[in-house]
Design a protein around this ligand. Sequence first.
Ligand code: HEM
Ligand SMILES: *[C@@H]1O[C@H](CO)[C@@H](O)[C@H](O)[C@H]1NC(C)=O
Ligand SMILES: *[C@@H]1O[C@H](CO)[C@@H](O)[C@H](O)[C@H]1NC(C)=O
Ligand SMILES: *[C@@H]1O[C@H](CO)[C@@H](O)[C@H](O)[C@H]1NC(C)=O
Ligand SMILES: *[C@@H]1O[C@H](CO)[C@@H](O)[C@H](O)[C@H]1NC(C)=O
Length: 334
Amino acid sequence: MATLLLFPIFLLHITTAAATALRPCYYRDTCPEAETIVRQVMKRALIREPRSVASVMRFQFHDCFVNGCDGSMLLDDTPTMLGEKLSLSNINSLRSYEVVDEIKESLEKACPGVVSCADVIIMASRDAVALTGGPDWQVKLGRLDSLTASQEDADNIMPSPRANASYLIELFQKFNLSIKDLVALSGSHSIGKGRCFSIMFRLYNQSGTGKPDPAIDPGFGKKLNKLCPLDVDQNVTGNLDATPYVFDNQYFKDLVAGRGFLNSDQSLHTFQETRGFVTLYSEDQDVFFRDFVEGMIKLGDLQSGFPGEIRRNCRVVNSHPSIVVRVPKVDDGW
Ligand code: HEM
Ligand SMILES: *[C@@H]1O[C@H](CO)[C@@H](O)[C@H](O)[C@H]1NC(C)=O
Ligand SMILES: *[C@@H]1O[C@H](CO)[C@@H](O)[C@H](O)[C@H]1NC(C)=O
Ligand SMILES: *[C@@H]1O[C@H](CO)[C@@H](O)[C@H](O)[C@H]1NC(C)=O
Ligand SMILES: *[C@@H]1O[C@H](CO)[C@@H](O)[C@H](O)[C@H]1NC(C)=O
């Protein structure tokens, strides 16, 4: 009987995400300081640990590709739900969740229960780019937070660092993102770091050949071999481009020179379908910035279509506050 009574009450507090039209200045009346608060916390994070803003910037990709931009990747596992944090692409890799917690705490103090975690990711990603020398732009807001997350969906959707450009073109196409969007958005790797784990195969056994990826510039290859010898602790990290704290077009210059870090990066130059954009962006930073902003807006427009809420704590849905960490399945071949 109690559940029958609770169900309609629960329904009153959720809305369908699909019904929400995203728009700029969504919180103008309900939380006018929202964007200022997010930027302030991101500025502090940048000073405390320069890489953390890149780590937060990456959240937009990992959130929006898995069932839309709904904050699902921020949910901790529960006894009944394996979330996305321990999925193949995220385990031992996504980091700086505490920066989002800090943003959310500040927002809850200023305007409790108003700003979604999904919108926090979108604002914070934009701020990470703007604060490291990249473009600044107006973001659309008004997203809701998911009531669930799926490790399985994240495993199935998120690309491996081994992916090549033709695989990525098809993947992005599923989200209505063009070849131009793929290359421009990959320019996110202008900031941040990656682990040796993500490049061991391309240094020592590309496509099972027992040889390195021939696209690696020999001088750069020597540096990578030194950073990541065969017996290395695979959590050791290297820079994704030569200027990992500055959002610029150095990433594309590096790809042209065979100095891309990930296989997915270098492959954008190897494949003829994507090479034109790599060359263009390496020569014209303004065009890169323009196309990047366009791509980020399209990425941010991906919606879940499932019911949602405004979470009070980004790690837990409002009605089920239990946290349990589970051991994920490990796939060495990923
Ligand atoms: C195109 C397909 C993509 C692939 C295959 C890919 C893969 C990766 C991998 C493997 C890493 C390093 C992870 C590690 O070694 O722990 C990484 C880092 C990163 N990715 Fe991507 N990524 C892609 C697209 C994107 C997009 C679209 C964005 C943002 C919109 C993005 C933002 C980042 C950032 C900022 C980092 C550095 C994070 C840090 O330093 O903590 N990536 N990516
Ligand atoms: C690209 O990757 C796909 C999927 O992994 C693979 O089937 C294909 O053979 C690769 N293409 C090239 C040219 O390496
Ligand atoms: C891509 O665009 C088509 C046609 O406009 C639309 O039906 C589909 O839902 C879109 N897919 C995504 C993932 O947004
Ligand atoms: C390289 O990869 C292939 C195929 O994945 C595998 O059979 C082989 O044992 C690997 N070689 C080394 C040295 O790891
Ligand atoms: C990386 O570090 C984590 C803990 O921080 C550990 O569980 C994991 O096994 C390490 N991974 C590799 C590939 O060494």
